[in-house]
Design a protein around this ligand. Structure first.
Ligand code: NAD
Length: 429
């Protein structure tokens, strides 16, 4: 989703696909099939608003590919949602599930709406209306939605309740991102940030760097960033800079402490949107710098964990010569133009759809637990997550070494090849 009308995420997703399809010499049948979603549902959701008038919302569910298993992907509520955003996200979900070798395909959904301006009752009506429209096309064996931007575990529960009311019986594996105790999985909150650090830990091993000898700078201080910092600290690393958006100032800032930030102290002065209280941070002795300085810090590791399109052709040369690894926690933090420059500079990039796949991996665990109606302890979830992320990391890194390509290209090659092979095995192409 972008405020910039000229930016079409689906065109970008297709360009990336075409580039890798050329690289691996993908046959024409697979290209035609995988370049576009297999199925799209576009529908209207009429809602009687609190003022008594009816408002009609546009809703979508797009299934990019389900050759490897049921589709999986979030539902986004956003006023600037477009069908091409949903298409792009559904395609990325296919690659993300395939690179981690989950038995799932890719899907994504959305409703064009702004939850800021909707009462809880109106949001519930949208959730139930969304399910009524795609009832026959989603579910534990076909397509499993999850939360995304501006949707929460409450939205997921309303959707599940509507689905179970229509279908009869209990089907908690129909949707993930449910609250713990209502079919959710322990560990989901930590999963993405921890997953980033599981892959970072392996990259450091390959680069023969001891975590305790490294420092990192992190963009963002939300869910992904905070858990990534927690685990990286436990490995012995030192984070010297974090940045976040300041809602009052309407700009972002960096908070720097050369001796290392204190995670607990910062969490104590951070709101639930991941915004740090600047005055309190200054009082605690943090140096405050402009928001884009996280990138120029004298550190070994950068962890962008905030937004897309943050490392670009314009600023990529500002990255300090000392930086050896970038672990992409956010989705799409590096622009396609910046990527070759990072490669030339010898910076090792763990690409987003590998590094941040801990979230979807834990969602998959949630679905498995829901289908069994048997829920695992936290330790079991996290150790399974570590195994999955570590093996995905080595699948990609072995391929990157074999073909002498960057990690991002190797991740795409692996994912596209796996999906194409499943389509071939099924006799589709
Ligand atoms: P979040 O809303 O919890 O936190 C976002 C953080 O980014 C906040 O600290 C915010 O202040 C900061 N931020 C916003 N604009 C900024 C700016 N201009 N400069 C610096 N900081 C800024 O979000 P999250 O769940 O941690 O997600 C972060 C990224 O990770 C997103 O790209 C998201 O799509 C991706 N991601 C998240 C998950 C997940 O499970 N949460 C999974 C996969 C990918």
């Amino acid at each position: 989703m972008s405020a910039n009308a000229a930016f079409n995420p689906f065109a970008v997703a297709q360009q990336e696909f075409d580039r890798i399809a050329d690289l691996i010499g993908l046959d024409s049948g697979a290209r035609q099939l995988l370049r576009n979603p297999v199925r799209e549902y576009h529908f209207q959701i009429p809602v009687r608003m609190d003022d008594g008038k009816v408002q009609v919302f546009a809703g979508y569910r797009i299934q990019h590919n389900d050759a490897r298993g049921p589709c999986k992907g979030g539902i986004r509520f956003h006023p600037q949602e477009t069908v091409d955003t949903v298409r792009a996200l559904s395609m990325w979900m296919t690659w993300k599930c395939a690179v981690t070798d989950l038995p799932l395909g890719g899907g994504k959904g959305g409703v064009i709406c702004d939850p800021h301006n909707l009462s809880p009752r109106e949001q519930e009506a949208i959730c139930r209306g969304w399910v009524r429209q795609v009832f026959s096309n989603v579910g534990p064996v076909s397509d499993i939605p999850a939360p995304d931007v501006m949707t929460t575990s409450q939205h997921m529960l309303w959707m599940l309740d509507e689905y179970e009311t229509m279908r009869g019986g209990h089907h908690p594996g129909m949707i993930t991102g449910k609250p713990v105790g209502m079919g959710g999985s322990l560990g989901r909150t930590q999963a993405t940030g921890y997953g980033v650090v599981y892959t970072l830990r392996e990259a450091l091993k390959e680069l023969e760097l001891a975590p305790a000898d490294t420092t990192a700078s992190v963009q963002g201080f939300g869910n992904v960033a905070q858990y990534a910092i927690e685990l990286y600290h436990r490995l012995g690393g030192k984070v010297t800079c974090v940045s976040c958006w300041d809602q009052a100032a309407k700009e972002s800032f960096c908070y720097v402490r050369e001796s290392g930030v204190d995670l607990k102290e910062l969490q104590g002065i951070t709101d639930h949107f991941g915004g740090i209280d600047q005055a309190k941070a200054e009082a605690a002795g943090y140096k405050v710098l402009p928001g884009d300085e996280w990138l120029a810090q004298d550190v070994d590791i950068l962890i962008p964990a905030a937004l897309e399109n943050q490392i670009t052709a314009e600023n990529v040369m500002r990255i300090n010569d000392r930086v050896k690894v970038i672990a992409e926690g956010a989705n799409g933090p590096t622009s396609p133009e910046a990527d070759p420059v990072l490669a030339e500079r010898g910076i090792f990039v763990i690409p987003d759809f590998l590094a941040n796949a801990g979230g979807v991996t834990c969602s998959y665990f949630e679905q498995v637990q829901s289908n069994m109606n048997y829920y695992w302890e936290l330790g079991e979830v996290l150790s399974k997550l570590d195994v999955k992320m570590t093996s995905a990391y080595y699948d990609v890194s072995d391929l990157a070494r074999k073909h002498k390509v960057p990690m991002r290209d190797a991740a795409y090659m692996l994912a596209i090849d796996r999906v194409a092979m499943s389509c071939r095995d099924r006799g589709w192409i």
